[in-house]
Design a protein around this ligand. Structure first.
Ligand code: HH2
Length: 285
């Protein structure tokens, strides 16, 4: 990949790690821990120290069935954290995880560098904000909304339909004036996918490289790991690291994780294996 995000040029196969900080009361794994802006900023600094390449700040949980948050409340949660980090000289690019134009605008004004939209620019107003700011954007695959997505997990051809819908998201971006060179694509693990579908998608994620854009994948602590292992959310790090390894071997450039230090180690070993065999392959073997 070759993409400037804030002050940093991301170049090469990576993998690069996006550390997650949720300033929410109800996120599925870290809800309630970083609601205070000082605690959230401290967590971002901690993840930077663990080797994150950028951080992703979210003020609304997108877990299935999560209660929606209005824009003013989401701004109140996220923007003080961005402002505090920038005032303190935080050196990493900051991503804002939002599907709302007003939140993106306020976070970008406060110093965020990237918009991470789990809806893949379903809202033209958000596309317009991204286009006007000239920032890069993550377009994630989703059907419906986080509240309704579980009902939309029906596919004849899972990989083909996800790829086609990511192409539609790219077209929405282009129509809004966002050049393809600024787009990162994400298949959206667990978003409008059952655990079995998530595993099936992960097994073939490398095929999405044919879309021609850098890939971001977020396996961290997700439901499919619990489904496969019975592990509760707080015990899903080993499963997360297995998924990180699979992604790196398949050529995924960016991983969104809560546990940066362990993911850094897994990603380093996986990247060495990938490179020793001459690069990413279609499978993992
Ligand atoms: N997953 C979550 C949130 N945002 N963004 C992208 N691009 N890809 C993902 O897979 C992704 C995402 C869900 O995880 P988390 O932020 O930990 O939980 P919650 O949505 O409950 O805040």
């Amino acid at each position: 990949m070759r993409l400037r995000i804030g002050a940093r040029l991301f170049e090469g196969p990576g993998p690069f790690l996006m550390g997650v900080v949720n300033t929410t009361p109800d996120s599925f794994s870290d809800g309630g821990r970083f609601l205070d802006p000082g605690a959230a900023a401290a967590q971002a600094e901690r993840l930077a120290g663990e080797g994150a390449d950028l951080v992703d700040l979210g003020g609304e949980s997108t877990r299935p069935g999560a209660a929606p948050v209005d824009a003013a409340e989401e701004i109140r949660r996220v923007v003080p954290v961005v402002a505090r980090l920038r005032a303190g000289g935080f050196r990493l690019p900051i991503s804002v995880d939002t599907r709302k134009a007003e939140v993106a605008r306020a976070a970008l004004d406060a110093g965020a560098d990237l918009v991470n939209d789990v809806t893949g620019l379903a809202d033209p107003a958000l596309a317009a904000v991204v286009a006007a700011a000239g920032v890069p954007v993550v377009l994630q695959h989703l059907r419906g909304t986080p509240a309704t997505m579980d009902a939309h997990a029906r596919y004849q051809d899972l990989l083909g339909e996800v790829a086609a819908e990511l192409r539609q998201a790219l077209a929405r971006a282009a129509a809004a004036g966002i050049p393809e060179e600024r787009v990162i694509l994400d298949p959206g693990l667990g978003f409008a996918k059952t655990p079995d579908q998530t595993v099936a998608l992960l097994a073939r994620v490398g095929e999405l490289r044919a879309l021609g854009r850098p890939l971001l994948v977020g396996p961290s602590r997700k439901r499919f790991i619990g489904h496969l292992t019975g592990a509760p959310v707080e015990d899903r790090l080993p499963g997360t690291l297995a998924a990180v390894t699979a992604c790196v071997l398949a050529g995924v450039e960016l991983l969104r994780v809560h546990d940066v230090a362990p993911a850094r180690q897994a990603a380093a070993v996986a990247a060495a294996l990938r490179d020793a065999r001459g690069g990413a392959g279609p499978g993992f073997g």
